[in-house]
Design a protein around this ligand. Structure first.
Ligand SMILES: [Zn+2]
Length: 245
C-alpha cells in the first residue's frame, strides 16, 4: 500500500506541474492569438475603407465626365449663339446656356465634396495601414519573444506525460481510473495530505480512527467529504506540498 500511495502522490506532483506548464503555455498562445485577432479586424477595416475610396473615386470620375460633357455643350451653344440673328432664338439660347451653367455649378460643388471625402478616406487608410504595421510588428515580436519559452513548456509537458505513463504502468488500472475521476471532479487534485487533522483538499476533519488507518498504511483512505484520496505525513513534513519525484 505504501508504494501505491507514493506513486499516487508522485502522479499528483507530475499533474500539478504539467497543469502549471499547460496554463502558462495556453496563456502565451492566447496572448498571441488575441493580437492576431486584432490584426484581422484591422485588415477588415482597411478593406472596407479601400472599398469606399474606390466608390468615391468612381463617382468622382462620373461627375467629372458629366461636367466636361456639359461644358462642351456650353461651348457649342456659345458658338451657335454667334450665328443666331433672330432675337427670340437668341433669348432662348441664352436661357439654355444659363441653365447649363447653373447645373455645372452644382456639379462642381458635388465634385469638391467628393474630393474632400476622397482625401479623408486616404488619410484614414494611411492611419489604418500604420496601425496594421504596428500590430504585425507586435505579433512578430511576441512570437519571437515566446518561441523559446513555448518550446520549453512543450518539452516539459512531453516529459511529464512520459513520466506519468511510467508511474501509471506500476499502478492497478482501477486505481488510476479512480484517480482520474476524482481529479476531474475536484480541480485536478485527487490525492492530498492530512494537515492539522483535516483533509487539505476541503478542510473536512478526518476522524481519529481514519487517522490511525492512514498511519498504518494498510488501506487506501478517502476523504468522507470530497472523496479525495488521503495520505498521512508526519506533522513537521506536512507544511510542504507534495512534489514530483
Ligand atoms: Zn476532503
Amino acid at each position: 500500500m505504501r508504494e501505491k500511495i507514493e506513486n499516487l502522490v508522485r502522479l499528483q506532483g507530475i499533474d500539478n506541474e504539467a497543469r502549471g506548464a499547460r496554463l502558462e503555455r495556453d496563456g502565451l498562445r492566447d496572448r498571441i492569438q488575441r493580437l492576431k485577432d486584432l490584426l484581422v479586424v484591422a485588415r477588415r477595416g482597411l478593406d472596407d475603407k479601400a472599398e469606399k475610396l474606390g466608390e468615391a473615386s468612381r463617382f468622382h470620375r462620373e461627375k467629372d465626365d458629366e461636367l466636361k460633357a456639359d461644358q462642351e455643350k456650353v461651348n457649342r451653344a456659345r458658338g451657335k449663339l454667334q450665328a443666331v440673328t433672330k432675337n427670340k432664338e437668341y433669348m432662348a439660347m441664352q436661357k439654355e446656356i444659363e441653365a447649363l451653367r447653373r447645373s455645372n455649378g452644382t456639379r462642381e460643388e458635388e465634385i469638391l465634396k467628393l474630393l474632400t471625402a476622397i482625401e479623408e478616406f486616404k488619410l484614414s487608410i494611411a492611419a489604418e495601414q500604420e496601425k496594421i504595421a504596428t500590430l504585425e510588428g507586435d505579433v512578430a515580436n511576441e512570437e519571437a519573444r515566446n518561441a523559446t519559452r513555448l518550446a520549453e513548456l512543450d518539452a516539459r509537458i512531453d516529459v511529464r506525460s512520459k513520466e506519468r505513463e511510467g508511474i501509471q504502468a506500476q499502478l492497478p488500472r482501477d486505481l488510476t481510473e479512480r484517480y482520474a475521476k476524482i481529479a476531474k471532479a475536484r480541480d485536478g487534485l485527487a490525492i492530498t495530505p492530512v494537515r492539522k487533522g483535516a483533509c487539505s483538499g476541503c478542510n473536512f476533519m478526518v476522524p481519529p480512527q481514519q487517522v490511525l488507518k492512514l498511519q498504518k498504511l494498510e488501506t487506501l483512505e478517502s476523504c468522507r467529504s470530497c472523496s479525495r484520496f488521503l495520505y498521512w505525513v508526519e506533522p513537521e513534513k506536512a507544511v510542504a506540498a507534495p512534489e514530483a519525484a
